[in-house]
Design a protein around this ligand. Structure first.
Ligand code: CA
Length: 229
């Protein structure tokens, strides 16, 4: 059973979220304090975090940043203000999705399901899955979600990791930006195709010796990107 942590100080909202998740077959736990929620998120094995932005003492931005520095699980941020969405995106905190209050519980459940299945599909969770990918000087350990470039560990955000892993698992295949967006961001209603370009640039900066002359991720003009295998 998938374990979800709800960090939310308004208990009526938290309980509504928990009840709907439980009806839909998830195990959900509520933490009303931001500090305790952060500690729990870091110490215990949750599959997804639903994180309210406005919390007393420590806000959701900081919690998201701290969880993301240690864990790659999906984080769904909840905010009462539409303006916050731009702020979440602008800060590049690595939140996977955003939902504004008030939302329908069924929408929340749908988002949770989509993120969990996308995450599983991308990282793989069964046997017969490739656990380590090695191409040139790049080694991707999918189990621990770590990337080594010439045996030096480099840290990646969730999306950067997913993008690199996806391309590296399909070497020599050209993917258009649209295809990459569908596969990696499809459930995020707020992203757009430009996000793909930004992420490819960030991944290149981390894996390429000279990001202007990429030896791993090639740009195929008018077509998209290809990972040279
Ligand atoms: Ca709140």
């Amino acid at each position: 059973m998938k374990k979800i942590l709800i960090i939310e100080d308004e208990s009526s909202i938290a309980e509504l979220e928990r009840d709907y998740l439980q009806i839909n077959g998830f195990y959900a736990e509520i933490e009303i304090s931001g500090e305790e929620g952060l500690k729990k998120a870091l110490d215990e094995p949750f599959d997804l975090i639903i994180l309210d932005l406005m919390l007393p003492r420590i806000d959701g931005f900081e919690i998201c940043r701290q969880i993301r520095s240690k864990k790659d699980i999906p984080i769904l941020m909840v905010s009462a203000k539409k303006e916050d969405i731009d702020k979440i995106r602008g800060l590049g905190l690595g939140a996977d999705d955003y939902i504004t209050k008030p939302f329908s519980p069924s929408e929340l459940v749908a988002r949770v399901k989509a993120h969990l299945s996308r995450y599983e599909r991308l990282i793989g969770n069964g046997e017969n899955k490739v656990e380590e990918i090695k191409i040139g000087g790049i080694r991707i350990d999918r189990t621990s979600r770590r990337v080594f470039v010439n045996e030096k560990e480099v840290s990646f955000t969730t999306k950067e990791f997913e993008l690199l892993t996806f391309l590296a698992m399909n070497p020599n295949h050209v993917f258009s930006k649209e295809e990459l967006f569908d596969k990696l961001w499809g459930m995020d209603a707020y992203g757009d195709i430009a996000t793909v370009t930004v992420h490819v640039r960030k991944v290149r900066e981390k894996i390429e010796t000279f990001s202007s002359e990429p030896q791993y991720i090639e740009t195929i003009w008018g077509a998209g990107y290809r990972f040279k295998g």
